[in-house]
Design a protein around this ligand. Sequence first.
Ligand SMILES: NC(=O)c1ccc[n+]([C@@H]2O[C@H](COP(=O)([O-])OP(=O)(O)OC[C@H]3O[C@@H](n4cnc5c(N)ncnc54)[C@H](O)[C@@H]3O)[C@@H](O)[C@H]2O)c1
Length: 348
Amino acid sequence: MSKFRVALSGDFKKPDGSPAFPDFDLSPLERDPAVEYRFIKANGVIQAADLEGFDALILLIPRIEPESFPKDGRLALIARFGVGYDTVNVQACTDHDCALVITPDGVRRPVAVSIITFMLALTGKLFGKDRITRRGPEGWARRSEHMGVGLVGRTFGSLGIGNIGAEAFRLARPFDMKFIAHDPYADPAVARDLGVRLVGLEELFAEADVLSVSCPLNEETRHIVNAERLALMKPTAYLINTSRGPVVDEAALTSALQQGQIAGAGLDVFEQEPSPVDNPLYRLDNVIVTPHALCWTDQCFAGIGAADVKAVFDVMHGRVPTGIVNREIVDRPAWREKLERFKATFGA
Ligand SMILES: NC(=O)c1ccc[n+]([C@@H]2O[C@H](COP(=O)([O-])OP(=O)(O)OC[C@H]3O[C@@H](n4cnc5c(N)ncnc54)[C@H](O)[C@@H]3O)[C@@H](O)[C@H]2O)c1
């Protein structure tokens, strides 16, 4: 093993060969003479032949299934570009002694900023004011109909107080709001340090003036925001969803918004993505929508890329990377042996 060989899924390049995400800085890999990296063709499920002879993979969209793992057994790391990994068969990674890592450090701040952006735009009636301004004097004359909502003393609630939910509270500190959250798995010490009162699910819906959803999508949380719970919300309250579309029952939310049951919503994610052009939500003035990309900034992509590159270097030098999804890998002798071999070859 003379080089540490890194594969990047081919969708990191545009069809014309230019980088799809120029802010993803590959220069640390380029600069290290012990590293060799290649873009592999990537469509659908990555095949074992494509990963033959590689030690690590940085993965964008393609899927990973059992048939993705070569018999040479070299692959020790799959670093997903982002935090979603529904495209990766986690058990197959473990079975093939390969760590799967995601990049919570890369998305924490950018997605939390998205939540705050929605909160300020909704409560400040930003888009309504933008619309009337463009209508000239006739629109300006109607500005008192677009009174915003001040935040001091109002309640900011979060469903989920993990990586992103906690950061949203950190960013919201200067607004002097009350903080509440519901999270059955929350660390009470984290909540206490953030000044967040942990409450029951129903209380969260009933008390929040701005309710942000930051939990994962799983069988427990699918449609956790449903008609019944939306009915508990104040008619003046706003819902923000930057998590995953199916956490919210979109039909129920549409109806709640149409009927003025809640004041408005900021949505970055949808039950179906891309969401179709005739989605009734698009016709509502009290909704702000973004295409699962409000957090996409130069810094977000640079941060995600840097986290993946760091994971590559960690494994190459025999260190356990952060952000491992299949935690049990850490105790698997065969994976540990790979790390030891890398350390012996490339140094600690
Ligand atoms: N919009 C985007 O571009 C974007 C980008 C990154 C992540 N996300 C999404 O944001 C969400 C949060 O991500 P994260 O990195 O903070 O994840 P995380 O795992 O760090 O935090 C999720 C929190 O939700 C809690 N939770 C689990 N089940 C719950 C339940 N039934 N009710 C309430 N809380 C529950 C967990 O205990 C955890 O504290 C995820 O859905 C993720 O997919 C979206």
